[in-house]
Write a protein that binds this ligand. Structure first.
Ligand SMILES: [Fe+2]
Ligand SMILES: [Fe+2]
Length: 501
């Protein structure tokens, strides 16, 4: 017995010696805080954001190199160093942002970040996509909460999944991210549709800098999955982060953001300012992605028209003009779905967006697909053009759609599921619209599907969508996370195109 004890001590000593006596050039020094990647303007760029402590200053740096140039996991003299831009974020924190440019397709890079320009973090990797076909994932309303805090506005116990109070939203999100990586290991990036984080009725922040942001723990929970260090995430501003704080601006390095004057919707402080932010675009191989922020709550058709004209049209125009002839498919990512059938289906702000011409704008720019959420249910619209269903295109496999298909995604973390035909606004006589010409929330509550909605699914389980894109085809597969953490495909939709844009 004694001999085993001595042997154990000897092994332990040798172990400690082995750990301390082989210094690598780049020893892992720390795990970077809320480190995430966002797509660059094109796939030749990648954007990086992380938080450092104010005490470390604003002179952050990123070291990067081809993985093939690394020696035993350490950078060599071939590594490049790029300066970050540091800005004051939440109290005690600096938001560091960098764009790495000139990247080669289908190539693996290693990178490491430094808060103070001297001490570097662990090494992470990022692989650029090959040219041509690719697969991306879309996730709806992760809406990360913080355990142990008060219930949110809709009464979901703070921090926990709606249907499983033993499981936090962070666990649900981690599980979904793990399943995404398992089910779709070749995922190139993840497209959000908004409400990445929740808010718990915390009032607006008065100033953009050096305010203690109570939403920070939610951002920490959202960025917790390690896959987000290697798989870019393209966020959308949802109503929750839009009304919460400036965190969206500090945590994401979004490409081609279009800066506008906020439209007056009667808001003040950070919420008013945030209503003009978050409109941006990026080209990903043969797809142009345009992100439109429907976080604002217009109080009238006129206010919605102003947002559509000044924010959405200008962003789509800039994107389409810059990338004319370079894309075969056009996706819009936005938060509020105009083709839902649950909690938000009779909302007046969405009604005003519709009546002010949101759909017509999609027609004008020949948008193929709109990815949205906010309604915490899965729904797929008929192809729509000029406010009407496109005739003869109602199936699951379509060639030359001739309109826009609107997807509504369910929550990807399990934070709230909304029941169909139970709208939040129950006395709206004008919206939504139905096939027989009737309108209003009362008709919806009688179980009628709104005019635009083709199929829907609500089984109170988290979901994500895998999207395969090639030159002439796009295939959407919507996965539902089962209780035993397997996945089930609940919708498959294939679109082919014989006419180029
Ligand atoms: Fe939401
Ligand atoms: Fe929302």
């Amino acid at each position: 017995m004694k001999r085993f004890v001595w042997l154990g001590i000897l092994i332990a000593i040798l172990g400690i010696y082995a750990c301390t006596s082989s210094p690598a050039v780049d020893t892992a020094s720390f795990e970077a805080e809320t480190l995430t990647l966002t797509p660059g303007k094109t796939t030749s760029e990648i954007n990086i954001t992380w938080y450092g402590d104010t005490a470390d200053g604003k002179s952050g740096k990123v070291k990067f190199a081809l993985v093939s140039s690394m020696k035993r996991g350490a950078f060599t003299a071939k590594a490049q160093i790029v300066d970050a831009t540091g800005i004051d974020a939440s109290t005690g924190k600096v938001s560091h942002k960098v764009t790495l440019a000139g990247l080669t397709p289908n190539t693996e890079y290693a990178y490491s970040v430094s808060n103070d320009g001297t001490n570097f973090s662990n090494v992470y990797t990022y692989k650029t996509p090959a040219t041509g076909a690719f697969t991306f994932v879309a996730v709806g309303d992760p809406q990360l909460t913080e355990p142990g805090v008060s219930p949110d506005a809709e009464g979901v116990p703070g921090g926990y999944q709606e249907n499983n109070n033993a499981k936090t939203t962070m666990q649900g999100w981690q599980e979904t991210m793990t399943l995404i990586m398992k089910q779709i290991p070749k995922v190139s990036f993840i497209a959000g549709i908004g409400d990445q984080i929740d808010r718990n009725l915390v009032s607006e922040l008065g100033t953009p800098e050096n305010s203690s942001d109570p939403h920070e723990p939610k951002y920490v929970n959202f960025f917790a999955p390690s896959a987000l260090r290697s798989i870019p995430f393209a966020p959308v501003m949802g109503n929750h982060e839009g009304r919460s704080s400036y965190g969206f601006l500090y945590h994401y390095n979004i490409p081609n953001e279009q800066i506008f004057t906020p439209v007056n919707t009667g808001r003040s402080g950070s919420r008013h300012e945030m209503e003009s932010r978050g409109n941006y675009y990026y080209l990903y191989n043969n797809v142009l992605f345009v992100v439109l922020s429907t976080a604002p709550y217009p109080r009238s058709k006129d206010e919605a028209a102003q947002i559509i004209t000044e924010h959405f049209n200008e962003t789509l125009k800039a994107a389409a003009e810059q990338h004319k002839g370079q894309y075969q498919w056009l996706f819009v990512q936005t938060h509020k779905s105009i083709a839902g059938l649950a909690d938000h289906a009779a909302d007046t702000d969405i009604q005003y967006y519709v009546e002010a011409g949101f759909g017509q704008l999609m027609d004008t720019y020949k948008v193929d697909f709109v990815l949205a959420g906010h309604d915490h249910i899965f729904a797929r619209s008929y192809p729509m053009f000029n406010g009407k269903r496109v005739e003869g295109k109602a199936g699951n496999t379509i060639t030359d759609v001739g309109g826009t298909v609107y997807f509504t995604l369910n929550s990807s973390s399990g934070q709230k599921f909304y029941k169909e035909f139970v709208p939040d606004i129950k006395n709206n006589a004008e919206y939504p619209y139905f096939e027989d010409g009737t309108t209003g929330s009362a008709m919806l509550m009688s179980g009628k599907k709104p005019y635009a909605v083709n199929v829907y699914h609500q089984d109170h389980k988290p979901m994500f969508m895998g999207i395969d894109v090639s030159a002439n085809n796009v295939v959407f597969k919507t996965y539902e996370v089962q209780d035993d953490l397997t996945t089930k495909v609940i919708d498959t939709y294939t679109v082919s195109k014989t006419i180029s844009k």
